[in-house]
Design a protein around this ligand. Structure first.
Ligand code: ADP
Ligand code: MG
Length: 368
C-alpha cells in the first residue's frame, strides 16, 4: 500500500535570467513499503525537489508518481492529488514549529484542520507526544525548549496523523553533532514502533549510511547509483559516488607498457591493471586502505611530506611522482617528514578522468 514509485520523473524550473534548470532528470525509482530510503547528494542536486514532488508540493514537468496502486501525479493526464490527500507525514530542515502555539497545539494542528472530535485529538496527540518523549510538556512554548525538543515537536506533528510514509528533508541539519546522532536512533526507533516507510534526504553520507536500508546517490539531477550502503561503499560505480561516500585520494595515473604509473614516478604501481583502463585515468583510494611502511615490502616508493596527529590515527601525506596521497596509519607508525616510505594499496579503483565541467555545473546549482 505504501510502496512509492517514480516513473520518468523530471522537473524543470525557469530561472530569473530566462534560462531553465533541470532540477531532476528522468528519475525512475521504487521505494518498498517499510524501507528507510535516503537521497544523498551535494547541495543543488535535486533532493528537495524530488521529495516535494512526492509530497505533492511541486508539480511534475514529466513522469508519474504512484503511492501503492494509487496514482498521485501523472503529468500527461494532468492528474494531481494535493498534499493533504496523499497521507504522508513530512519534516523539514527548518523545524517549522509555530512559536505562538504550545507543544500540544503544535502537534494537534494537522488534526484540527481535519475537524476531528476533541477526544480523538487529545488521544492522538498524547500518543504522539509519548512516542517522541515530550509527554508532560504539553503547555510549554517552543522558545522554552531545546533544539532537539523542538525537532521532536516537528516529528510528533508528522506522526500524529499516523502516516504510512514519512518524508524527512535534512531534519537533523540544524542540530549539533551529538544530538544529530541520537536523533538518528530515535527516528529509527519510531519507525520500528509505528512501521512507516521513510524517505530521508541528506547531504551527509555518514547519516545516510547509518539510517538507510537503501540509498540513492544523486548528482546534477540524475541518479548516480542506488543500492545498500554497504554495496555503494564497496562497489561505487563512478568516481563521483566513490568521492561522496568517504575520504578519498584521486591520483592521476597513466598506462605505460602494461603498467600503471603516477606521472613523474619511474616505479610502476603495485596494482593489477583494471579492465578498461585507458592511457590516462584516476586511481581512487581511501586513506585508511593504504599501508605505509618504512621498509620496502613490495610497495610503491614515496616520500613523507607532512605528518598530522589526528584523534584516531596519524595522517601522513606521501608524495609519489607529482601526486600527494593522504594515508591514515595507527599511532604506532612514526616517520619524520622528508623520510622515504613505501605504500601498498588495498582495493584501489580506477576511473576515467573527469572534465572540469561537472564541477562548474555543480557550483552553479548550489542553492544559496
Ligand atoms: P537539493 O535539495 O539537492 O539541495 P534542490 O532540489 O533544492 O536541491 O534544487 C535543485 C536545483 O533546482 C537547484 O539548481 C536549485 O537552484 C533549483 N531550484 C529548486 N527550487 C527552485 C525553484 N522554486 N525555482 C527555481 N529553481 C529552483
Ligand atoms: Mg534541499
Amino acid at each position: 500500500m505504501s510502496r512509492i514509485q517514480l516513473k520518468g520523473v523530471s522537473k524543470v524550473f525557469p530561472t530569473r535570467s530566462g534560462a531553465s534548470v533541470a532540477a531532476v532528470k528522468d528519475l525512475d525509482l521504487v521505494i518498498e513499503e517499510g524501507e528507510c530510503f535516503s537521497f544523498l547528494g551535494p547541495s543543488g542536486c535535486g533532493k528537495t525537489t524530488t521529495l516535494r514532488m512526492i509530497a505533492g508540493f511541486e508539480d511534475l514537468s514529466a513522469g508519474e508518481i504512484w503511492l501503492g496502486d494509487r496514482a498521485v501525479s501523472i503529468k500527461e493526464r494532468n492528474l494531481y492529488i494535493p498534499p493533504e490527500q496523499r497521507g504522508l507525514g513530512m519534516v523539514f530542515q527548518s523545524f517549522a514549529v509555530w512559536p505562538h502555539l504550545n507543544v500540544f497545539e503544535n502537534v494537534a494542528f494537522p488534526l484540527r484542520v481535519r475537524d476531528l472530535p476533541r477526544t480523538d485529538i487529545a488521544e492522538a496527540v498524547a500518543q504522539a507526544l509519548r512516542h517522541t518523549d515530550l509527554a508532560g510538556l504539553e503547555g510549554t512554548f517552543p522558545a522554552d525548549l531545546s533544539g532537539g525538543q523542538q525537532q521532536r515537536i516537528a516529528l510528533a506533528r508528522a506522526i500524529v496523523t499516523k502516516p504510512r510514509v514519512m518524508l524527512l528533508d535534512e531534519p537533523l541539519s540544524n542540530l549539533d553533532p551529538k544530538l544529530r546522532e541520537s536523533m538518528r536512533f530515535e527516528i529509527k526507533e519510531l519507525q520500528r514502533k509505528l512501521n512507516f516507510t521513510i524517505v530521508f534526504v541528506t547531504h551527509d553520507q555518514a547519516e545516510a549510511m547509518a539510517l538507510s536500508d537503501r540509498m540513492l546517490v544523486m548528482d546534477l539531477g540524475k541518479v548516480q547509483q542506488a543500492d545498500t550502503p554497504e554495496a555503494l561503499y564497496n562497489r561505487p560505480a563512478s568516481r563521483f559516488v566513490y568521492g561522496f561516500l568517504g575520504l578519498s585520494n584521486f591520483t592521476d595515473v597513466e598506462l605505460r607498457g602494461g603498467d600503471l604509473y603516477v606521472p613523474g614516478s619511474k616505479y610502476p604501481l603495485p596494482m593489477e591493471l583494471p579492465a578498461g583502463a585507458a592511457r590516462e585515468g584516476v586511481m581512487a583510494t581511501r586513506p585508511n586502505e593504504i599501508t605505509l611502511s618504512p621498509k620496502d615490502e613490495g610497495g610503491c616508493p614515496a616520500v613523507v611530506v607532512k605528518r598530522l596527529y589526528l584523534t584516531y590515527c596519524i595522517e601522513y601525506q606521501a608524495r609519489v611522482g607529482d601526486q600527494t596521497l593522504r594515508v591514515h596509519c595507527p599511532h604506532s607508525i612514526v616517520l619524520e617528514e622528508g623520510r622515504p616510505c613505501f605504500l601498498r594499496f588495498k582495493n584501489p579503483r580506477w576511473y576515467p578522468r573527469e572534465s572540469g565541467r561537472a564541477e562548474i555545473e555543480r557550483n552553479e546549482r548550489q542553492v544559496i
